[in-house]
Design a protein around this ligand. Structure first.
Ligand SMILES: [Zn+2]
Length: 475
């Protein structure tokens, strides 16, 4: 039988506030263990939590950016469980009245735009960190109480690729808002997935597994792919799929059972008596709405309109706000009306250099004006495309402008036919078979001869001029 996957994602993001969600402790990453703690986040009896106003505003921003209805009345609840790194024995979270709900996020697929509904986004506090060593386990409470926003999608995602696109778009929006750095390595963005399968074309929901411990978007994709296969094999063998939480094993590349899944009732939620309900006025919400920046989708549409970019190119350029700002600066200083050449340089050689270094386009130290200058050299046929790429690499390493590197390395192309004549004649003489092949109608032979001339000129001949010269002589 043919099955389709039904996937819902739960994403936790650290909100980048200076202090924790309910106390004044610092949230700075990488400090001495247990140096950022106080009676509130350590759960001492008699201590009282006070909500961080900025965390609330950040949560509202994300809700609005995800097209959610931000609730005017919201409250916090206690979610009970015993964890050594959350010493209150409950987590302050939101149960039935989350701060925002009923939103959506549009993702771009090869088949078109798909809308993924957002069920809810609620504020809660993070737990600490356990470090397991041979001699025993250690606990660091620095992370305990850092504000987390949990964003829960509806099960509208039907493939690992869609999950990947959803996460990429979500991360991009949150980074644009400036409310989280979304760094998965530091744990400031984490993702759990609910996944079940059903016969294709049906609408019911199968028994789901919850996947945890996926440390990258690729990990999410791989874990989902594995789990779809596992459940499909079980269904085809008429085995019963049980509801459980499974861990993604990054070494074995498979999911393993962690525990059978608890139900909401197991957590014994009840309203936290230490925190009053919060009333957020319509005015406050619209005030926050006015502070939202241009978001990736709006920026993408504007790039398409203002610079005549394709949707594909625009989508790549707007992914990170910093890179989008840099790209726009490049497009502006590049004076040609048709921006295609600049776009090709941005998403071609420059992006390749950025990827090698695991950096963004804007982090390479190439000034917009210098990149435009480099493209000018190519367009005036003063240097070849190939040398231009090596000049770009040198620009990144040395931080020197294109013109200086081109002069230092003596890269200006030879476009003057009389200077090339000798080499062209030589190459024809040395390759009589290719010459006669070309005369016999084999166009590939010409490209071979051009290549030989390029080689002899140490890459400095203008290939267009060489091609014309060879054609003239081989008529
Ligand atoms: Zn504290």
């Amino acid at each position: 039988m043919n099955y389709e996957a039904v996937i819902g994602l739960e994403v936790h993001v650290h909100l980048k506030t200076r202090t924790k969600a309910f106390c004044g402790c610092s949230t700075e990453f990488g400090q001495e263990p247990n140096s950022q703690v106080c009676p509130v986040c350590l759960g001492f009896p008699g201590s009282l939590p006070v909500l961080n106003k900025v965390a609330l505003e950040y949560a509202i921003k994300v809700g609005l950016a995800l097209n959610c209805a931000v609730q005017e009345f919201t409250k916090f609840d206690r979610k009970h469980y015993y964890y050594p790194d959350l010493p209150k024995n409950y987590q302050i979270s939101q149960y039935d009245l989350p701060i925002s709900k009923d939103g959506f996020l549009d993702i771009y697929l090869e088949s078109g735009v798909k809308r993924i509904r957002i069920k809810r986004a609620h504020l809660e506090e993070d737990a600490g960190k356990l470090i397991h060593e041979q001699a025993g386990s250690l606990v660091d409470f620095n992370r305990t109480g850092i504000p987390l926003l949990e964003i829960v999608s509806e099960p509208d995602i039907n493939s690992p690729q869609e999950a990947y696109e959803y996460l990429t778009s979500l991360k991009s929006i949150i980074q644009y808002l400036g409310v989280s750095d979304c760094d998965m390595e530091k744990g400031s963005l984490r993702c759990d997935a609910n996944i079940s399968i059903r016969p294709k074309g049906t609408s019911g929901l199968g028994t789901k597994a919850e996947l945890k411990n996926m440390n990258s978007f690729k990990g999410v994709k791989d874990a989902l792919t594995y789990e779809i296969e596992r459940q499909t094999v079980m269904a085809n063998n008429a085995e019963t799929i049980t509801q459980e939480t499974r861990l993604w094993d990054t070494r074995e590349l498979k999911t393993i059972v962690m525990r059978t899944k608890e139900e909401a009732k197991d957590y014994r939620y009840f309203p936290d008596p230490d925190l009053p309900p919060f009333i957020i006025s319509k005015e406050k919400i619209s005030e926050i709405k006015k502070t939202l920046p241009e978001l990736p989708r709006e920026k993408m549409l504007r790039f398409i309109k203002d610079y005549a970019l394709s949707e594909y190119d625009a989508k790549i350029l707007v992914l990170s706000k910093k890179d989008a700002d840099y790209a726009e600066e490049c497009l502006k200083v590049y004076k040609s009306k048709d921006k295609k050449a600049m776009v090709n340089w941005l998403i071609g050689p420059l992006l390749a250099e950025a990827n090698i270094r695991n950096r963004g386009l804007s982090d390479l130290g190439v000034l917009a004006g210098d990149l435009a200058d480099l493209i000018g050299f190519v367009e005036r046929q003063e240097i070849s495309n190939l040398s231009a790429k090596s000049v770009l690499a040198q620009m990144i390493i040395t931080r020197k402008p294109a013109a200086v590197i081109i002069k230092d390395k003596n890269l200006i192309q030879i476009s003057d036919a009389s200077s090339l004549e000798g080499i062209v004649e030589e190459v024809i003489k040395e390759n009589p078979k290719s010459a006669s092949d070309y005369r016999a109608g084999k166009d590939n032979a010409l490209m071979f001869l051009v290549g030989q001339v390029m080689k002899k000129s140490q890459g400095k001949a203008n290939p267009k001029v060489v091609q014309d010269m060879l054609k003239g002589r081989l008529k």
